[in-house]
Design a binder for this molecule. Structure first.
Ligand code: GRF
Length: 204
């Protein structure tokens, strides 16, 4: 039996799609148990419908605080008996209410090479800073903003890019590959966190 994955997304959902594809192609041993979104018009919902994946819309305004919203998310995760939580372009803050019970089971994809350019618009920050190489990072979620232990990264040359949009476009396929690889690894072994360092042990 494979792992049960929850994906949290606020928009387009192309990283969500990369996990769907990884499952279809037999690379990931598991299933997407649920999509959770805070936006009722997120394109990710269409992808869930096309693939028969249950989804829940949890708009921020239906909760009194971000902590209560996180408790709402936690209830959905429990209902679907989720092993791994993937933040794929989820634009809400994850709080202690969710981090503590799912420690080292929540991962996020960030469109820059952390610890450089955390927070919003990682691609724009990298472009404006003038770095020649950027990329993407999949990391565990902890209490900080994009500060958790790093699981996997891909470096991308961006020196030829002429806008922040071009940077985002160039990095995106690397995000998809990195995300698929990490989720596949999760399904076939375990990541061990030792301080800030993460190593992988495949199942024998
Ligand atoms: C990606 O660039 C991701 O790194 C960032 O938000 C974007 C989401 O894209 N956190 P998508 O919704 O997966 O297409």
């Amino acid at each position: 039996m494979g792992i049960r994955i929850a994906v949290l997304a606020s928009g387009r959902g192309s990283n969500f799609q990369s996990i769907i594809d990884g499952i279809k192609q037999g690379e990931i041993d598991g299933e997407i148990a649920v999509l959770i979104t805070d936006k009722k018009d997120a394109y990710a919902i269409e992808r869930a419908k096309e693939n028969g994946i249950p989804f829940h819309v949890l708009p921020r305004k239906e909760f009194r605080s971000k902590e209560e919203m996180n408790l709402g998310i936690k209830a959905v995760l429990e209902e679907h008996e989720v092993d791994l939580v993937v933040l794929a372009g989820f634009m809400r803050i994850i709080t202690q209410e969710l981090i503590a019970p799912y420690r080292h089971r929540i991962i996020n994809i960030h469109p820059a090479l952390l610890p450089s350019f955390p927070g919003l618009d990682g691609q724009k920050q990298a472009y404006e800073h003038g770095v020649k190489v950027s990329g993407c990072t999949v990391h565990f979620v902890d209490e900080g903003c994009d500060t958790g232990p790093i699981i996997e990264q891909a470096a991308v040359r961006i020196d030829e890019c002429r806008s922040a949009e071009e940077v985002a476009e160039k990095i995106l396929p690397y995000e998809h590959r990195t995300m698929r690889k990490v989720v596949a690894n999760f399904s076939k072994g375990r990541y061990i966190v030792e301080g800030r360092r993460v190593r992988y042990e495949a199942r024998k």
